[in-house]
Design a protein around this ligand. Structure first.
Ligand code: NAD
Ligand code: TYD
Length: 340
């Protein structure tokens, strides 16, 4: 049996990756290490086969905790654990620095201490900043790192530490930089699940600024398959941009959600813009397609329909979140914007 040590596996993308590996790689067992912050949710793992999946609650900033959970000679660490929401990083950046930067360095130290085979860092296209609206500009692997939000800065810093560990100690590392994910089990602070949850309750849909910002959307299972491909076939020391060539303006996404749910566009509220709001993300995925033989399997239309269905059929999942600390977060983040 191979052993994968997955951090942040109770979150949105980490749990999709765990389910993918358990489904498609029968020779792998997983240790799922997650601090269960507000974004971690054991409900996301309730169907994981206990014979090949073990959950350990722990913090990646705590070296002793990582060392005691990480077996000697584990085949890989997949680092999903992070503070992941730009708006929260604008309100307060310190958790982003400690988890995303220090936590990554702790894991790199543990790779050396425990002779782990490969370290896969799950990064983001946001480290490359914002593109002009001109549709001939794309993020490439050699695009400069120009992070604009505290979140993106922390992810860029983490990438530097991964690179430094490779150059200094010869660690086997791979980095993936993906665009915006959507799909089941995404915490409803992010655009798509927030809009679906609000629309289902006939509540206003807060669109930042003019709604014309562009994001490059990918279905979460396609991202998870790209990460697995980067582990299995990626060239050591490389980083791969991952995207489904699916640019959409925010307002288009929001209207599509309302149409699919049969709700009126009058629920849309244009609100004060996000500070430092990146205008456009767009990924040239040629390298990951050619070198890893990866291609997205889910179209935008199918993925969005499946996502909306999942939220419709899992309203308990949303309600459990909305009844918790989320309510306070939503009030603080949106009360002034929505004028209530
Ligand atoms: P998420 O916020 O849904 O989940 C993060 C998980 O990490 C949670 O389960 C949380 O409990 C855990 N965690 C947080 N701090 C921790 C700590 N100190 N120790 C251990 N566990 C901790 O995030 P996500 O959307 O699933 O993103 C996963 C990764 O993918 C992140 O590294 C993020 O930067 C990256 N990424 C996300 C997107 C996206 O669109 N969501 C796109 C590209 C890359
Ligand atoms: P988000 O899901 O937070 O992802 P990211 O900032 O990492 O791209 O936001 C996606 C886009 O949607 C971004 O341009 C900001 C916008 N947005 C809104 O217009 N309203 C909202 O309430 C949220 C959360 C995001």
């Amino acid at each position: 049996m191979k052993v994968f040590f997955v951090t942040g596996g109770a979150g949105f993308i980490g749990s999709a990756f765990v389910h993918l590996v358990l489904r498609e790689r029968q020779d792998v067992s997983i240790i799922d290490f997650d601090a269960l912050t507000y974004a971690g949710n054991l409900e996301n793992l309730k169907d994981a086969d206990p014979a090949r999946h073990r959950f350990v609650r722990g913090d990646i900033r705590d070296k002793e905790a990582v060392l005691s959970a990480l077996p000697d000679g584990a085949d890989a660490i997949f680092n999903f654990a992070a503070e992941s929401h730009v708006d929260r990083s604008i309100t307060s950046a310190s958790e982003f620095v400690t988890t995303n930067v220090l936590g990554t360095q702790v894991l790199l130290d543990c790779v050396r201490a425990k002779n782990v085979g490969r370290f896969v860092q799950v990064s983001t296209d946001e480290v490359m900043g914002s593109l002009p609206e001109d549709d001939s500009a794309f993020f490439l692997e050699d695009s400069p790192l120009q992070p604009n939000s505290p979140y993106a800065a922390s992810k860029a810093a983490a990438e530097h530490f991964v690179r430094a560990a490779r150059e200094t100690f010869g660690l086997d590392t791979v980095i993936t930089r993906c665009g915006n994910n959507y799909g089941p089990r995404q915490f409803p602070e992010k655009l798509i699940p927030l809009m679906i949850a609000n629309a289902m309750r006939n509540e206003p849909l807060p669109v930042y600024g003019d709604g014309m910002n562009v994001r490059d959307w990918i279905f979460v299972d396609d991202h998870a398959r790209a990460i697995l491909a980067a582990y299995e076939c990626g060239v050591s020391g490389s980083h791969y941009n991952v995207g489904a060539r699916n640019e959409r303006r925010n307002i288009e996404v929001v209207r599509s959600i309302l149409d699919a749910l049969g709700k009126p566009h009058s629920l849309i509220r244009y609100v004060q813009d996000r500070l430092g709001h990146d205008r456009r993300y767009a990924i040239d995925a040629t390298l990951v397609e050619n070198e890893l033989g990866w291609k997205p399997a889910t179209t935008w239309e199918d993925g969005l329909a499946a996502t909306i269905d999942w939220y419709r059929n899992n309203q308990d999942w949303v309600e459990h979140i909305r009844n918790g600390a989320y309510r306070e977060y939503y009030r603080e983040m949106y009360a002034e914007k929505l004028g209530n």
